[in-house]
Structures are given as structure tokens and as C-alpha cells.
Design a protein around this ligand. Structure first.
Ligand code: PCD
Length: 793
């Protein structure tokens, strides 16, 4: 297959955005194995912690005997829920205004829940001592199936909360129910389908961990941690532990992948702090793979019932959805406060509908808490999967071609800015162009012809399409906050006298290459080479406040802040140049990196010359301060709405049910691309994610609530063997409100690819009359879906 790559490294205005396709600055250290990850750090005098976890999903704790563990010669402290209760730290707030047990006191509520922590001189002794703790459990029946959580006789999981008599968390709705009901009543065709987006896990390469060091003399707490949002963590620690923010420093070193897994605060982090307070020494805690998969934030777990209404000739009129959201034992979902189901109500997708309505009910179950936006910008992944499956089911019902049906119903370019039926204002888009481009790269008609021929021979080949719109870059302060903190981000740009620069960011990279792309953004505005711009992040004492990196928000929010900061520096440089050349600022014109006199280009100052002047002895005009810097807090006026058209081609082995993804075409539009190479890398990674979720991944539980996805033996990650050579393409539709037109891209492919893969597999199974099968489409699940259905040729 051919590799289609984007020819364009330029913005629509024709300006390259800071050098385009340049190699990543950070790779100099990563490729030499010189990255500094949490577990590489050694703090003098450091002790090591290990956590004892619940072996069962639901049980009352009768007793905990730690005496033998305490007697271990290398153990320095054993912490239980009782220790924490005495410090008033047994419970901590979640990101969704619930509370979560730091260590279980009364009951354990999921398998893998934290029960005790041992702090020892080395990590092996800490692990050994866990075996010496004796816990007596009194088993309770677990709630494993979310669909039974609201049964009248279901055991109540959260009896820690006074007066709670059931497992209900919230009901939430969006859209216009009455209008949707009208539209559905009048429609020629209504198609209904139940589907599950199974529980999956971000599973980053590096697991979570922390080192906490409490200085008993100064009262200063230093925390190194694998975390995507250091400033938000600092404020939460301050609120929970009562330590003032100026005495807390959070440092995120290099991070080996986050994918939403490193947004929240886990019990292990709080416990390391407590361990350090109790022992007076720095304490390191790093979880292993099983702990990561079993106890940290899962994603999805949405039981959805979708309905789509249309006219007989294929005009889509409306969508209705009823969702049961499994939130596990504590509601730890991460999303802006106003949206209990995240941005799920973007399920209206990319189509011009007359009405839409959704209702989401959240319930507790005896499973790990979470509900993180794993590469998903707050439940958009579930929404896109739902609507793109429904459109395919409708095509099947109408006997229409799924590409044609989409082309007929996609929003048209002249409809932007478009306000969706659930209230989102899509900023810009040209959807038909993207889908046509994907079809062209795929050779769509030829693929359909090949499929027809294969079907005649009894071979199963499928072609799956998905079209997605995301809303990323949370978010406008007026609409969005997390735990009361507005979602703006800060940025500080400082030029040194010689014209080299430092850029300080509130967001935090986990592998997406911010050290390169943010330097490129500033370079684009000021003409300083990217290698001369040092990007500083991941240290609360060295960077401005802001909410951090998730929901593909860094480029839309902090990227805008960086561009505005650079523009302010450029404006100031103009004033200083005018002073130096004794002319008016109006006489000056800008070209990459230099202010010069209109009509006399030889008269001018480069940004480096201006910086020297700004730090020098030149007499500055009234009201102009020396030095050359700017700081910005950027409150985005809207989200950005990247979109894309994906086409997946699969072959299914009718004997074994094995699916092979033969081709995958992804046309993405994230506005201009700062660094097309990095953007393609982001897309490749997300596509692999999507193949994994569609075909092989699920964090499953048996009927006793045992997690059966707790290792990489069971929770499968796709490798290059399961992935085709990705074929990527682009269209460029700038965001009208971002200073450089940039939209986010980090999560697009993870959001858009699962429905393309599933649609392809269901299309391949057409001869068997299979309408739907839930992910993951493992060979066993595909084979099951085919059973009892004679093949019709
Ligand atoms: N870009 C460019 N251009 C454009 C856009 C973008 O160039 N237009 C680039 C930037 O700059 C960066 C990247 O690309 O570098 C990305 O971006 P964004 O979209 O803005 O995003 P961010 O914010 O930065 O990031 C975040 C994301 C997310 S969200 C996720 S999941 C994932 C992604 O990111 N993760 C990760 N990707 C990645 N990669 C890696 N390597 N690692 C990781 O971890 Mo969540 O919410 O958290 O779930």
C-alpha cells in the first residue's frame, strides 16, 4: 500500500508554522535512553512503599493485623485506614465531587482497592512485608453488571454516605426530548440498537508513581509525580492536606505516556505523602503493571441504546440515546463540572439533524473507579462510536451505501459556525471534502468491486467508514471548570539579552513533543529558531498556573497563549525598534524575525538586536519597561472542532473469526499543522489504539467481580503485527478563533478509528446477516456472532 503524506507544511495563509516538519528536540535524550522518568529518580535517604490491595470485590473489613509486618527489620511504617482516619485523610475528593477511600476503612469496594501501605528501606522488603499483614474480610455480594446496579435488591455499595439506599449516581440529559419524540413519530424509518462500549484502560508504557518528600523543618512538601496536570494537583493537595500552595512543589519529570491515566490523584500519591510525614524521609511509590490495570482510571464502560430516525430516501432526522454509565465504586470521572457525562452529547456527530436527545444514568458498581477521558476528550469517543454505528445500521436498513448516506447528511461548509441540536457551536469544517478525499485515497469504488467479487467466492472482506467531529481544547471559563478551577492556561515568554528565549507552560507533555511544537509556535511568531527556545513545563515552582494536558487542549489553549505571548513580545519589539531608529511604529513593517522601515529594508532590527536593546541602555519611550517578555492567561472563546474521515478495510477468516486490518485510511483536519511529522505520529498512535479497542481489549470481570484484564497476558496491546501501514491524508480548515487557526489532534484517531474498524467487520459479516456485535471483536466474539447464521451468498 502507498503512504499518502501531507505535502503541506504551510498554514493556509502560506506561512510555514515555525519550520514545519522538524525532528523532535526531546528525542536527543529519549533516543539515547537519557530520559528522566519517575522511577529513575533517586532522592537521598529515600524509602520505598508498597500497597496491599483487596483480593475481593466487595467485603466488610473485620480486622487488620499489621504487627508482624511492623516487626520486619526493614519496615519503617505500616499505614492503614485507621492511621489515616486519625489524620482525617482516609477519604479524598475525586474529580467529580465524590469521595474515594485512600485506604479502605469500613469495606473494600473493588478488587485491587488499597487496604494498607508498607514503607520500608527497599522496595523488595516493602513487598515482602505486605505478605505479613493479616486482613480478615467478611464477603458481601458484589454488583458486577451495571444493568443490575439499580435493582431493588442490589447491595448498596456506597453505604459510607449517610442515608444512601441505592447505587444511583446521577441522571443527566441533553437536547430536546419533546422535539425528538415528534421527529421520531413522524419518521419513515427508525432503527434501534443496543451496544456496549466496553471498559478499557489507557495502559501507558510507564505506570503511575510518585516520590513525596516532606521537610519537617520548613514544612515544605516536594512531590515528583507522573502527572498530566501538576498545577491542579498542587491546589488539590493544598485543599486536602491544608498545606499552603507556596509550600508545595509538584514536579512532573519525563512521562512515558499519559493518555488520561495520569490526570487524577491516586491513593498511592496521598499515601506517599503520609509515609513521608510519618517517617520524615522521602518516600517513593511506583505501581506495577497489574496495579495500574486493576486500580487506576479505566475508560468508557457505557451501555448505550441508540435510535436513529430518517426518511425513506435517506435523510437523517434525529438521534435518541439512553445510556447506562458504569462508574465503578467511586465516581472518579474526569470532566468539566457542568457535564456529568462529559461531552457525550456531541453524539449528534457530524450530521445536519432536526432533533436530538440523550439521557445518561450513572451507577456505582464493584469495579475500579475512573471514567477518564482516555484519548477521548470527555466521552466524545463513546458518542462518536454510537452515532457512527447507528448511521451504518441505518444504511443497512435502507439498503444504502454507507459513504453515500454520509455524504448526503454531513453538515455543509456554509453551515459553519454550526450550533448542534445539543448546543455545541462547531467552529469550522468542510466535511464532504474530507470524506471524498478519504474515498479517493482508498479507491472506494474499486474496493466495493473487489468486495463483491470476494463475496461470490465466499470470502469475507469488509469496508468500514467513520466520520467524526470532536470538541477539544476545554474550555471557556464561562462554561467549564474542574472542581471549581476555570480551564484557562498561563504562559510566560522571556527573551534573554542575546535573543534566546524561555517559554514557560502550564501544560505538560507526556510524549506528544511539546518541547518542539511550542518552540515552533513562538518561532513562527518571532523568527527565533526553535532550537533557541527552551520550553519549560512540569514544575509548579517554575511555570504559570493552568489546568494541564488532557482533552487535546494544549495546542488549542496553551498553544494560543504561546502565540499571543509571542505577539505581545513582537509588539513591544516594534516600539523599541521605533525608539532605536527614531521613527514612528507606523513606519515599521514585520518580516520573519525583524522590524524594518517601510521602503527601506536595510533599516531594521532583528528580534535578537531588539532584545539586546531592551536589556541595554537605550532610552525607552514613556511607559515602556526594559527587558523583553510577556505573560498571558488564555481563556479560549470556544472549543476547537477537529474532524476526520476514516476508512478501514478488513478481511475476516470465516473459519476462525480472526480479523485482519488490511488497510486504514485516515484523513484528519486539525487546522494548520504546527509539525506535520508529529501530527502524523499522533494519528498513527491513535489508530493503533483504535484497532486495539475494536479488536482485542477489555477490562473484564467474572461474576464475583474478579478483574480478568489485569495483565498484558489478558489485556492485549496491538503491535505492528496487528496494524497495517497507515495511509494518512489531510485537509486544512483553520479554527476561526485560535490565533493561528490550530485545532487539537492528540485524541482524534483514538476517537475516530474504533467505529471504522467495527463497521468494517460488520460489513464483512453481511453475508451472515449480522447487524451488530460488541467490541472487542476477538476471533471468539466474531465466531460467536456468526453461529447459527447460514451464509447467504
Ligand atoms: N499539534 C500540531 N498541530 C496541530 C495540533 C497539534 O503540531 N494543529 C501537535 C501539538 O503541538 C502536540 C501534539 O500535536 O505536540 C498533540 O497536540 P494536542 O492535540 O494539542 O494534544 P495535547 O494536549 O498536546 O496532548 C494531549 C493528548 C491526549 S489528551 C492524549 S490522551 C494522548 C495524546 O495527547 N496522550 C499521548 N497523544 C499522546 N501522545 C503521546 N506520545 N503520549 C501520550 O500520552 Mo487524554 O484526555 O489525556 O485521555
Amino acid at each position: 500500500s502507498t503512504q499518502h503524506t501531507a505535502p503541506s507544511t504551510t498554514s493556509p495563509a502560506g506561512n510555514p508554522i515555525g519550520f514545519g516538519r522538524m525532528l523532535r528536540k526531546e528525542d536527543a535524550r529519549f533516543l539515547r535512553g537519557q530520559g528522566h522518568y519517575l522511577d529513575d529518580l533517586v532522592v537521598p535517604g529515600m524509602l520505598h512503599a508498597a500497597i496491599l490491595r483487596s483480593p475481593v470485590a466487595h467485603a466488610r473489613i473485620v480486622s487488620i493485623d499489621t504487627s508482624q509486618a511492623e516487626a520486619h527489620p526493614k519496615v519503617r511504617a505500616v499505614i492503614t485506614g485507621a492511621t489515616l482516619e486519625s489524620l482525617n485523610l482516609a477519604w479524598m475528593p475525586t474529580l467529580s465531587a465524590d469521595v474515594q477511600a485512600v485506604l479502605a476503612t469500613d469495606k473494600v469496594r473493588f478488587q485491587g482497592q488499597e487496604v494498607a501501605m508498607v514503607v520500608a528501606e527497599d522496595k523488595y522488603s516493602a513487598r515482602d512485608a505486605l505478605e505479613l499483614i493479616d486482613v480478615e474480610y467478611d464477603d458481601l455480594p458484589p454488583v458486577v453488571d451495571a444493568r443490575k446496579a439499580l435493582d431493588p435488591d442490589a447491595p448498596v455499595i456506597r453505604d459510607d454516605v449517610e442515608g444512601r439506599t441505592d447505587n444511583h449516581i446521577f441522571d443527566w440529559e441533553a437536547g430536546d426530548k419533546a422535539r425528538a419524540d415528534e421527529v421520531f413519530a413522524a419518521a419513515d424509518v427508525v432503527v434501534t440498537q443496543e451496544m456496549l462500549y466496553p471498559r478499557v484502560h489507557p495502559a501507558p508504557m510507564e505506570t503511575c508513581g510518585t516520590i513525596a518528600s516532606m521537610d519537617r523543618v520548613t514544612g515544605r512538601l516536594t512531590v515528583w509525580s507522573t502527572n498530566q496536570a501538576p498545577h491542579a494537583h498542587r491546589t488539590i493537595y493544598a485543599l486536602v492536606a491544608g498545606i499552603p500552595e507556596h509550600n508545595i512543589q509538584i514536579i512532573s519529570p519525563d512521562i512515558g505516556g499519559g493518555f488520561g491515566n495520569k490526570v487524577g490523584i491516586y491513593p498511592g500519591y496521598v499515601l506517599a505523602v503520609v509515609g513521608s510525614i510519618l517517617t520524615g524521609k522521602p518516600v517513593k511509590w511506583v505501581e506495577d503493571r497489574g496495579e495500574n490495570l486493576m486500580s487506576t482510571s479505566f475508560a468508557r464502560d457505557y451501555h448505550m441504546k441508540g435510535e436513529i430516525a430518517a426518511t425513506r430516501d435517506g435523510r437523517i432526522l434525529g438521534v435518541r440515546v439512553d445510556v447506562l454509565a458504569d462508574h465503578g465504586a467511586f465516581n472518579g470521572t474526569a470532566q468539566p463540572t457542568k457535564f456529568p457525562a462529559g461531552f457525550f452529547h456531541i453524539f449528534t456527530g457530524s450530521y445536519d439533524l432536526e432533533a436530538a436527545y440523550c439521557k445518561v444514568t450513572g451507577v456505582y458498581t464493584n469495579k475500579a473507579p475512573g471514567g477518564v477521558a482516555y484519548a477521548c476528550s470527555f466521552r466524545i469517543t463513546e458518542a462518536v462510536y454510537l452515532v457512527e454505528r447507528m448511521v451504518d445500521l441505518l444504511a443497512d436498513e435502507l439498503g444504502a451505501d454507507p459513504a453515500e448516506l454520509r455524504l448526503k447528511n454531513l453538515l455543509r461548509p456554509e453551515q459553519f459556525p454550526y450550533v448542534s441540536k445539543t448546543g455545541w457551536e462547531y467552529d469550522s469544517g468542510d466535511y464532504p471534502r474530507a470524506l471524498k478525499k478519504a474515498m479517493e485515497i482508498a479507491g472506494y469504488d474499486e474496493l466495493r468491486r473487489e468486495q463483491r467479487e470476494k463475496r461470490e467466492r465466499g470470502e469475507l472482506m469488509g469496508i468500514g467508514i467513520s466520520f467524526f467531529t470532536e470538541g477539544v481544547g476545554a474550555g471557556p471559563r464561562k462554561h467549564m471548570d474542574i472542581l471549581g478551577l476555570g480551564m484557562a492556561d498561563g504562559c510566560e515568554l522571556r527573551l534573554h539579552p542575546t535573543g534566546k528565549a524561555q517559554l514557560r507552560l502550564s501544560v505538560q507533555t507526556q510524549g506528544q513533543g511539546h518541547e518542539t511544537t511550542f518552540a515552533q509556535i513562538v518561532s513562527h511568531e518571532l523568527g527565533i529558531p526553535p532550537e533557541d527556545i527552551d520550553v519549560i513545563h512540569g514544575d509548579t515552582s517554575n511555570t504559570p498556573f493552568g489546568l494541564g494536558t488532557y482533552g487535546s487542549r494544549s495546542t488549542p489553549v496553551s498553544g494560543a497563549a504561546a502565540a499571543v505571548a509571542a505577539q505581545r513580545v513582537r509588539d513591544k519589539a516594534r516600539v523599541i525598534t521605533a525608539a532605536a531608529l527614531e521613527c514612528s511604529t507606523d513606519d515599521l513593517e514585520w518580516e520573519q524575525g525583524r522590524w524594518y522601515v517601510k521602503g527601506d529594508p536595510s533599516q531594521g532590527k532583528t528580534i535578537a538586536e531588539v532584545s539586546m536593546l531592551a536589556h541595554g541602555t537605550l532610552e525607552l519611550p514613556e511607559g515602556v519597561e526594559g527587558h523583553l517578555d510577556a505573560s498571558v492567561v488564555y481563556d479560549p472563546p470556544n472549543l476547537t472542532y477537529p474532524f476526520g474521515a476514516y476508512i478501514c478495510v478488513v478481511d475476516v477468516d470465516s473459519g476462525t473469526g480472526q480479523v485482519t486490518v488490511r488497510r486504514f485510511i485516515a484523513v484528519d483536519d486539525c487546522g494548520p499543522r504546527v509539525n506535520p511529522m508529529i501530527v502524523e505520529g499522533q494519528v498513527h498512535g491513535g489508530l493503533a489504539d483504535g484497532v486495539g479497542m475494536a479488536l482485542m481489549q477489555v477490562i473484564a470481570f467474572d461474576e464475583d467481580g474478579n478483574c480478568v484484564g489485569g495483565s498484558f497476558m489478558d489485556y492485549l496491546l496491538p503491535t505492528s503485527m496487528e496494524c497495517p501501514s497507515w495511509e494518512t491524508g489531510e485537509t486544512v480548515t483553520p479554527s476561526p478563533h485560535h490565533p493561528l487557526g490550530l485545532k487539537g489532534i492528540g485524541e482524534s484517531a483514538t476517537v475516530g478509528s474504533p467505529p471504522a474498524v467495527v463497521n468494517a467487520v460488520i460489513d464483512a459479516l453481511e453475508p451472515y446477516g449480522v447487524r451488530h456485535a460488541d467490541m472487542p471483536l476477538t476471533p471468539a466474539n466474531v465466531w460467536m456472532a456468526m453461529q447459527g447464521r447460514p451464509m447467504r451468498t
